[in-house]
Design a protein around this ligand. Sequence first.
Ligand code: ADP
Length: 392
Amino acid sequence: MKILSVNAGSSSLKFQLYEMPEEKVLISGLMERIGIGDSFYTIKINGQKIKKTQELNNHEEAFEALVKELEGNHVVDSLDEIKGIGHRVVQGGDYFNKTEVVTDDVLSKIEELSSLAPLHNPAAVTGIKAAKEVFPNALQTVVFDTAFHQTMPKENYLYALPYSWYTDYKIRRYGAHGTSHKYVAQRANEILGRTDTKLITCHIGNGASISAIVNGKCVNTSMGLTPNAGLIMGTRCGDIDASIIPYIMEKTNMSPKEVDNVINKQSGLLAISKKSSDSRDIEDGIANGDENCILAQKMYVRRITDYIAKYYVEMKGCDAIIFTAGVGENSVDTRRDIINELSVLGVELDSDANNVRGKERLITTPSSSIKCYIIPTDEELMIAKDTYELAK
Ligand code: ADP
């Protein structure tokens, strides 16, 4: 059965078409600059990467270009072969704890939650509506980044703020990257050969979050109401003293929007290193003795180990720590720095095993108290799997 996995941004469309349940990728691609001029797209098929320039005025035209590629490359004989289309949605609030089939009610709830994800939810709705027009016979599903975190207990998702802020404005911890945390946790359980596990999953990329997962269910996660909570990220500050915000607004006359821009786009690794938001540049800086980069990396690693320590205590132990996403999969040095900080817990790095990028691997010694693994994430496959289950 052919299943399409879709991630629509406001001006982009990322897709992968799978043959399920074999999990074989038939074609994948990314369409960019949709509706803003100079559009283009790249597709990957049969090991070849092809770039094409074509004006795409809206997401419907993007899907139509996709159809042309599917037919032109003989990936499908008829569009009806595609039985399901799974859409990534960033914010599902507390309405959705699992992947759902798209209905009018589901769509209106996603639209209602736009105030919590103003850049992402409206784009997903646009993508879903366009896909419905172009693939009227496929089952449409929505896979939420927040759904996996809905199993958190109330003491972990509530903020110590007036309760009416929760009831009236839905202010609580929702988390993010749920599809990725779920994927690597399932894979870790497969590797460990059991499901009664305590896992700490570290999704560290440009955006970053850590989850505590007991018996396959999320019990805590570091992102909050928005994706600017918890860890220090490329350009986001993560956890800070909340009173800094009104204080700096009074001091500088910045508007809420301006402060929001600073804490989301001009903070994190970029602010401390004064150089870059990218871990590769920080590593180069450290190699050249750059004091700001050294400090940025110390702060970055400290925040991660703070969360690991917190979840270790909360779960009363841990069977495995998983590293995934851009930094987690590729930064040999960051993984080394984190694991060395955990030596007090008896965690022991295997330096040779750790010297790898983007490969699934155990990176601790046989005598390590906690096993640490690199597990490359695959959110698109997770979306396809969920959609396949609903479509079959
Ligand atoms: P996003 O959150 O945008 O999906 P990714 O998970 O793709 O981000 O992570 C991107 C980040 O991964 C880059 O900004 C960079 O910091 C880091 N990264 C990628 N490759 C490497 C590498 N070889 N060494 C160190 N860091 C890397």
